[in-house]
Design a protein around this ligand. Structure first.
Ligand SMILES: NC(=O)c1ccc[n+]([C@@H]2O[C@H](COP(=O)([O-])OP(=O)(O)OC[C@H]3O[C@@H](n4cnc5c(N)ncnc54)[C@H](OP(=O)(O)O)[C@@H]3O)[C@@H](O)[C@H]2O)c1
Length: 300
């Protein structure tokens, strides 16, 4: 099979779409024939060697953390899916012709492969952050960075729970945020006062998706620091903010079931731009630029 891969840390120019060993589904896992796999910022962060503490690479690196496809191997202990089922989910090394998933949900038949693939990381992250915030129906949430992959999922999943949403983006994405059902504000200096003006009443919780606004400003918007969650500012914990990177905070199967249900009902609509796998470098460059609306997805 072919997989996106790299043998030296670097930028999108070091990516290769080339032959690779086939993975197999171990216990509690499934393997899919990949129909689409999304690009997330973690992909180019991994490619750059950001997590390697300066150590050189040993062996070949593979990329991709979510995908959608057709089940073709079922590991021991898995009973909720069978070979031939169409699923979306999360895993590792998903930007390949075959990939192993560690969590999944049935793909709603009405949902495109690319949209289904886009929902894994973004949807699970959105569900996790909203649950950690404990934000309830009738409350007001500020989403800092509402127009990207995770942000658009947070906005729509919050609205589906009856939460009012104020969200930040560049001016160019304000109509998009309005279409999703949020009240848009411009990000950058002075964002907190724009949020106070835009919210009909107090802000009850803040979901920091972008990690760009000084955390003190976000904390000042919320009733208390614990009602701020960040997925992108890993020093925000010093201000009492809940920082989450997944791990023990995740309930991926529950999250993906919720995401699939919302996709089926058109209450979660993900805008996607697709690229063939052999043009992955273009998608990575766009993602690195930091101004993608919705999601970038690779397809065979
Ligand atoms: N901790 C976790 O578990 C976890 C999980 C997933 C993602 N992440 C991290 O979360 C971040 C967002 O991920 P993503 O997939 O949503 O990325 P993305 O799709 O690339 O997000 C792009 C969006 O960010 C917006 N943006 C750029 N500068 C901004 C600013 N100063 N303030 C607010 N928004 C701004 C852009 O809006 P405009 O186009 O309007 O400028 C664009 O729509 C990344 O750092 C990613 O690594 C963490």
């Amino acid at each position: 099979m072919r997989a996106l891969q790299f043998t030296t840390y670097g930028g999108p120019e070091v990516l290769e779409w080339a032959e690779a060993p086939e993975p197999h589904a171990g216990p509690g896992r499934i393997r899919i024939a990949v129909r689409a796999a999304s690009v997330n910022p973690i992909d180019w962060k991994t490619l750059s060697g950001a997590g390697s503490r300066g150590e050189p690479m040993t062996g070949t690196g593979y990329l991709g953390f979510d995908a959608a496809g057709v089940v073709d191997e079922v590991g021991d202990g898995v009973s909720d899916v069978a070979v031939g089922d169409e699923v979306l989910g999360r895993g590792q090394h998903t930007q390949a012709e075959y990939a192993v998933l560690s969590s999944w949900a049935a793909k709603p038949p009405s949902v495109d492969w690319a949209v289904a693939a886009a929902a894994g990381v973004a949807g699970e992250t959105a569900e996790r952050g909203l649950r950690l915030l404990g934000v309830q129906e009738g409350e007001t949430l500020f989403v800092d960075g509402g127009s990207g992959g995770v942000g658009a999922a947070v906005v729509q999943m919050a609205l589906a729970r009856g939460i009012s949403v104020v969200a930040s983006s560049s001016e160019a994405n304000h109509d998009y945020l309005r279409e999703l059902g949020a009240t848009p504000v411009l990000y950058g200096e002075g964002v907190a006062s724009r949020v106070r003006d835009a919210a009909a009443g107090p802000v009850d919780a803040v979901f920091d998706v972008a990690g760009k606004t000084p955390v003190e400003e976000l904390v000042a918007l919320a009733p208390e620091p614990s009602r701020v969650v960040s997925i992108a500012n890993f020093t925000a914990g010093e201000a009492g903010v809940r920082v989450t990177g997944g791990g023990a905070d995740s309930r991926p199967m529950e999250a993906l079931a919720e995401v699939a249900g919302l996709l089926a009902d058109n209450r979660l609509v993900l805008e996607v731009q697709t690229f063939p796998f052999d043009r992955a470098a273009e998608a990575y460059r766009l993602s690195q630029g930091g101004h993608v609306r919705g999601k970038l997805v690779l397809v065979p």
